[in-house]
Design a protein around this ligand. Sequence first.
Ligand SMILES: Cc1cc2nc3c(=O)[nH]c(=O)nc-3n(C[C@H](O)[C@H](O)[C@H](O)COP(=O)(O)OP(=O)(O)OC[C@H]3O[C@@H](n4cnc5c(N)ncnc54)[C@H](O)[C@@H]3O)c2cc1C
Length: 246
Amino acid sequence: MKTTASKTDSGWSISGSKTFITNGQNASVYIVAAKTNLAVAGSKGTSLFLVDGDTEGFERGQNLHKMGQHAADTSELFFDSVVVTEADLLGELDQGFLGLMNELPRERLGCAAIGVAHAEGALILALEYIKERQAFGAPIAKIQSIRHKIADMATQTELHRIMLEHYKKLLSEKKLTPAQASMAKYSSCEMECKVIDEALQMFGGYGYMQEYPISRFYVDARVQRIYGGTSEIMKEIIGKSIIGRI
Ligand SMILES: Cc1cc2nc3c(=O)[nH]c(=O)nc-3n(C[C@H](O)[C@H](O)[C@H](O)COP(=O)(O)OP(=O)(O)OC[C@H]3O[C@@H](n4cnc5c(N)ncnc54)[C@H](O)[C@@H]3O)c2cc1C
């Protein structure tokens, strides 16, 4: 993290930038993480600030062009000596990383929920299509390899739905651990992409056409394995929680 907040007489002055911010164009208030103590390494010495969208020195960059999720905006944000008051410090000074860590399991379970719902939706589309599409005189739903693929897709969505419902309960009881949230995010988003890929395959050439909603499922899903922490980083969190830091 390169964005810094330096102390002024009445508050803080924030300078830096951030790429890839969901709702960056539409938001009116931003939670900004900035280094407040450069003497300590890594995530330590980070604080969180509330920044109003019309504060001088704050600028929204371009709405980035994504391959999918066109209904959501993703932006660059720039901070050029943005002055905020002491009251805009969110939580304790230098403890911002802990604040982020406390909220990340909720965000990651949200990604898992999207993943499960998205896979369930793709399965419904595929089921409708294979019953109506005829090949060699019969609906393709009669082909055994297609039926087995549907069985795998349904089994995977069911398994992840059960995990999601269990973890939602743990979250509401404030018992969901960061590792469990990472397991849910990692596994559900990987599953989502595999199920949607299989579903699209069943549409043949039409699956590649934008007029068929399954093609939108495909491009919208891909980023799920990237944002909110990549699958690789999820595995790091899970691995460290099980093996410990060596
Ligand atoms: C559409 C979209 C919306 C986003 N919205 C937000 C938002 O609202 N707020 C926000 O803060 N961020 C947001 N992001 C940023 C997103 O969280 C990051 O892009 C993501 O965490 C990956 O970071 P990176 O792009 O820097 O990739 P990098 O960290 O450069 O990773 C590149 C590759 O290296 C791998 N890698 C990196 N480190 C390790 C490691 N230690 N072990 C194994 N593999 C590793 C990664 O898994 C990845 O495959 C958004 C991104 C996108 C694309």
